[in-house]
Design a protein around this ligand. Structure first.
Ligand code: NI
Length: 205
Protein backbone atom coordinates (compact mmCIF):
# COMPACT_ATOMS: atom_id res chain seq x y z
CA UNK A 1 0.00 0.00 0.00
CA UNK A 2 1.03 3.53 -0.65
CA UNK A 3 1.46 6.02 2.10
CA UNK A 4 -1.80 7.79 1.17
CA UNK A 5 -3.64 4.45 1.28
CA UNK A 6 -2.37 3.83 4.82
CA UNK A 7 -3.51 7.29 5.80
CA UNK A 8 -6.92 6.61 4.30
CA UNK A 9 -7.15 3.31 6.14
CA UNK A 10 -6.13 4.98 9.38
CA UNK A 11 -8.81 7.67 9.04
CA UNK A 12 -11.36 5.03 8.11
CA UNK A 13 -10.59 2.98 11.21
CA UNK A 14 -10.82 6.08 13.41
CA UNK A 15 -14.16 7.01 11.84
CA UNK A 16 -15.60 3.53 12.35
CA UNK A 17 -14.40 3.52 15.95
CA UNK A 18 -15.96 6.94 16.59
CA UNK A 19 -19.30 5.91 15.07
CA UNK A 20 -19.29 2.62 16.98
CA UNK A 21 -18.50 4.50 20.20
CA UNK A 22 -21.31 6.99 19.61
CA UNK A 23 -23.75 4.15 18.89
CA UNK A 24 -22.64 2.31 22.00
CA UNK A 25 -23.19 5.31 24.25
CA UNK A 26 -26.54 6.28 22.76
CA UNK A 27 -27.60 2.68 23.24
CA UNK A 28 -26.52 2.87 26.86
CA UNK A 29 -28.58 6.02 27.40
CA UNK A 30 -31.64 4.45 25.80
CA UNK A 31 -31.09 1.32 27.84
CA UNK A 32 -30.89 3.36 31.04
CA UNK A 33 -34.16 5.12 30.22
CA UNK A 34 -35.80 1.81 29.46
CA UNK A 35 -34.61 0.28 32.70
CA UNK A 36 -35.98 3.21 34.67
CA UNK A 37 -39.34 2.82 32.92
CA UNK A 38 -39.51 -0.89 33.55
CA UNK A 39 -38.27 -0.54 37.09
CA UNK A 40 -35.13 -2.56 36.89
CA UNK A 41 -32.73 0.21 37.81
CA UNK A 42 -31.11 -0.61 41.12
CA UNK A 43 -29.92 1.65 43.91
CA UNK A 44 -26.24 1.52 43.04
CA UNK A 45 -26.64 3.17 39.68
CA UNK A 46 -30.08 4.68 40.14
CA UNK A 47 -30.79 8.37 39.73
CA UNK A 48 -31.18 10.48 42.83
CA UNK A 49 -34.88 10.11 43.65
CA UNK A 50 -36.39 11.03 46.97
CA UNK A 51 -35.39 13.54 49.62
CA UNK A 52 -36.64 15.66 52.45
CA UNK A 53 -40.33 16.53 52.67
CA UNK A 54 -42.82 17.63 55.30
CA UNK A 55 -46.43 16.78 54.56
CA UNK A 56 -49.63 15.91 56.41
CA UNK A 57 -51.59 12.66 56.10
CA UNK A 58 -55.36 12.13 55.89
CA UNK A 59 -55.56 12.11 59.70
CA UNK A 60 -53.74 15.41 60.04
CA UNK A 61 -50.52 13.76 61.20
CA UNK A 62 -47.28 15.34 60.00
CA UNK A 63 -45.13 12.98 57.95
CA UNK A 64 -41.52 13.55 56.96
CA UNK A 65 -39.04 11.34 55.14
CA UNK A 66 -37.62 10.37 58.54
CA UNK A 67 -40.91 8.76 59.57
CA UNK A 68 -40.49 6.31 56.71
CA UNK A 69 -36.98 5.18 57.61
CA UNK A 70 -36.84 1.49 58.49
CA UNK A 71 -39.83 0.71 56.28
CA UNK A 72 -40.26 -0.28 52.69
CA UNK A 73 -42.50 2.17 50.87
CA UNK A 74 -44.25 2.37 47.54
CA UNK A 75 -44.92 5.98 46.70
CA UNK A 76 -47.22 7.34 44.03
CA UNK A 77 -47.98 10.97 43.17
CA UNK A 78 -51.45 11.77 41.88
CA UNK A 79 -54.66 13.62 42.68
CA UNK A 80 -58.10 12.62 43.88
CA UNK A 81 -59.92 14.16 40.92
CA UNK A 82 -57.93 11.96 38.52
CA UNK A 83 -60.58 10.06 36.55
CA UNK A 84 -58.80 6.75 35.99
CA UNK A 85 -55.04 6.40 36.11
CA UNK A 86 -54.59 7.32 39.77
CA UNK A 87 -57.38 5.15 41.21
CA UNK A 88 -56.28 2.17 39.10
CA UNK A 89 -52.68 2.53 40.23
CA UNK A 90 -53.61 2.93 43.90
CA UNK A 91 -55.86 -0.12 43.70
CA UNK A 92 -53.03 -2.14 42.16
CA UNK A 93 -50.64 -1.02 44.89
CA UNK A 94 -53.07 -2.15 47.59
CA UNK A 95 -53.84 -5.45 45.88
CA UNK A 96 -50.14 -6.18 45.41
CA UNK A 97 -49.45 -5.60 49.10
CA UNK A 98 -52.38 -7.77 50.16
CA UNK A 99 -51.30 -10.59 47.87
CA UNK A 100 -47.89 -10.63 49.59
CA UNK A 101 -49.51 -11.53 52.91
CA UNK A 102 -47.29 -11.09 55.96
CA UNK A 103 -44.44 -9.87 53.76
CA UNK A 104 -46.69 -7.18 52.33
CA UNK A 105 -47.31 -5.88 55.84
CA UNK A 106 -43.74 -4.58 55.76
CA UNK A 107 -44.59 -2.21 52.92
CA UNK A 108 -46.21 1.17 53.49
CA UNK A 109 -48.21 2.40 50.49
CA UNK A 110 -48.13 6.17 50.10
CA UNK A 111 -50.01 8.59 47.90
CA UNK A 112 -48.79 12.18 47.60
CA UNK A 113 -51.07 14.70 45.97
CA UNK A 114 -49.95 16.86 43.07
CA UNK A 115 -53.07 19.00 43.58
CA UNK A 116 -52.93 20.38 47.15
CA UNK A 117 -55.45 23.09 46.30
CA UNK A 118 -58.31 20.60 46.08
CA UNK A 119 -56.75 17.68 47.98
CA UNK A 120 -57.19 18.96 51.51
CA UNK A 121 -56.83 16.68 54.54
CA UNK A 122 -60.63 16.27 54.54
CA UNK A 123 -60.72 15.40 50.84
CA UNK A 124 -57.96 12.81 51.35
CA UNK A 125 -59.76 11.32 54.33
CA UNK A 126 -62.80 10.71 52.15
CA UNK A 127 -60.71 9.42 49.24
CA UNK A 128 -58.71 7.04 51.46
CA UNK A 129 -61.83 5.00 52.20
CA UNK A 130 -61.69 3.57 48.69
CA UNK A 131 -58.19 2.14 49.02
CA UNK A 132 -55.86 0.02 51.14
CA UNK A 133 -56.50 0.61 54.87
CA UNK A 134 -52.79 1.20 55.56
CA UNK A 135 -52.32 3.58 52.66
CA UNK A 136 -51.23 7.05 53.73
CA UNK A 137 -52.45 10.01 51.72
CA UNK A 138 -50.27 13.07 51.96
CA UNK A 139 -50.89 16.71 51.21
CA UNK A 140 -49.53 20.07 52.33
CA UNK A 141 -49.05 23.63 51.24
CA UNK A 142 -48.30 24.30 47.59
CA UNK A 143 -44.65 24.88 48.57
CA UNK A 144 -44.42 21.65 50.57
CA UNK A 145 -45.96 19.62 47.76
CA UNK A 146 -43.72 21.29 45.19
CA UNK A 147 -40.70 20.35 47.28
CA UNK A 148 -41.77 16.71 47.54
CA UNK A 149 -42.57 16.53 43.83
CA UNK A 150 -39.17 17.99 43.00
CA UNK A 151 -37.39 15.50 45.27
CA UNK A 152 -39.09 12.64 43.42
CA UNK A 153 -38.67 14.29 40.03
CA UNK A 154 -42.39 14.38 39.53
CA UNK A 155 -43.74 16.61 36.81
CA UNK A 156 -47.19 18.16 37.26
CA UNK A 157 -49.10 20.68 35.23
CA UNK A 158 -52.59 21.99 35.86
CA UNK A 159 -54.80 22.05 32.78
CA UNK A 160 -57.30 24.67 33.82
CA UNK A 161 -58.86 27.90 32.82
CA UNK A 162 -58.82 30.44 35.65
CA UNK A 163 -61.44 29.77 38.28
CA UNK A 164 -62.37 26.40 36.84
CA UNK A 165 -62.89 23.77 39.56
CA UNK A 166 -63.06 20.57 37.53
CA UNK A 167 -59.60 20.85 36.01
CA UNK A 168 -57.28 17.96 35.20
CA UNK A 169 -53.64 17.76 36.25
CA UNK A 170 -51.07 16.15 34.00
CA UNK A 171 -48.59 14.32 36.14
CA UNK A 172 -45.81 11.77 36.18
CA UNK A 173 -47.26 8.32 36.80
CA UNK A 174 -44.51 6.33 38.46
CA UNK A 175 -44.70 4.07 41.50
CA UNK A 176 -41.44 4.40 43.40
CA UNK A 177 -40.19 1.56 45.54
CA UNK A 178 -38.05 3.02 48.31
CA UNK A 179 -35.92 0.95 50.67
CA UNK A 180 -35.79 1.13 54.48
CA UNK A 181 -32.80 3.46 54.13
CA UNK A 182 -35.01 5.92 52.24
CA UNK A 183 -33.17 5.25 48.99
CA UNK A 184 -34.73 4.61 45.62
CA UNK A 185 -34.81 0.92 44.72
CA UNK A 186 -37.04 0.53 41.68
CA UNK A 187 -39.88 2.07 39.76
CA UNK A 188 -43.11 0.72 38.35
CA UNK A 189 -45.98 2.58 36.76
CA UNK A 190 -49.73 2.73 36.23
CA UNK A 191 -49.50 -0.02 33.59
CA UNK A 192 -47.90 -2.47 36.04
CA UNK A 193 -50.52 -5.01 37.14
CA UNK A 194 -51.01 -5.87 40.81
CA UNK A 195 -49.53 -9.34 40.14
CA UNK A 196 -46.44 -7.84 38.52
CA UNK A 197 -46.03 -5.31 41.35
CA UNK A 198 -46.23 -8.14 43.88
CA UNK A 199 -43.72 -10.20 41.92
CA UNK A 200 -41.24 -7.32 41.83
CA UNK A 201 -41.73 -6.35 45.45
CA UNK A 202 -41.17 -9.93 46.57
CA UNK A 203 -37.68 -9.78 45.08
CA UNK A 204 -36.72 -6.97 47.46
CA UNK A 205 -38.44 -8.02 50.67
NI1 NI B 1 -53.68 10.61 37.78
Amino acid sequence: MRRSDWLFLFVLVLTVAAVAGALYFSETEAERARRLETGTTQTAEGPSIGGPFTLVDQNGTTVTENDLLGKWTVIYFGYTFCPDVCPITLTNMGDAIDSLGATGARVVPIFITVDPKRDTVEALQEYAQHFHPRMRFLTGSEEDVARAAKAYRVYRSVRAADGEQSYLVDHTSIVYVMGPDGKFVASMNHATSAEEMARRLRRFL
